[in-house]
Write a protein that binds this ligand. Structure first.
Ligand SMILES: [Zn+2]
Length: 86
């Protein structure tokens, strides 16, 4: 990840396949996801490619939800035992 003024660039392939650290059995792993429009998807084949991720091409932000059990956060879900896995 590189910071350039008001935009952030991410390497196209290096982040793919990473798994987050499991907080432990029964514990939720709360995340927020976001999606950006990509104009040149073929660039993902280049290991040195970077994607511009800024406000202009941001489509949506969703969450928080649990990465492990895929349930949306609510006060009730937060208190429940997480049955998902990383
Ligand atoms: Zn969970």
């Amino acid at each position: 990840m590189n910071q350039h003024e008001d935009a952030t660039h991410y390497e196209g392939r290096s982040a793919a396949g990473r798994k987050p650290k499991d907080p432990g059995p029964g514990k939720h792993l709360w995340i927020v996801t976001a999606a950006w429009a990509v104009t040149e998807p073929e660039r993902s084949q280049d290991p040195n490619a970077q994607f511009l991720m800024d406000r202009e091409n941001l489509i949506t932000i969703a969450g928080p939800g649990c990465y492990k059990c895929e349930l949306e956060w609510t006060p009730l879900v937060e208190k429940r035992y997480c049955r998902g896995s990383v």
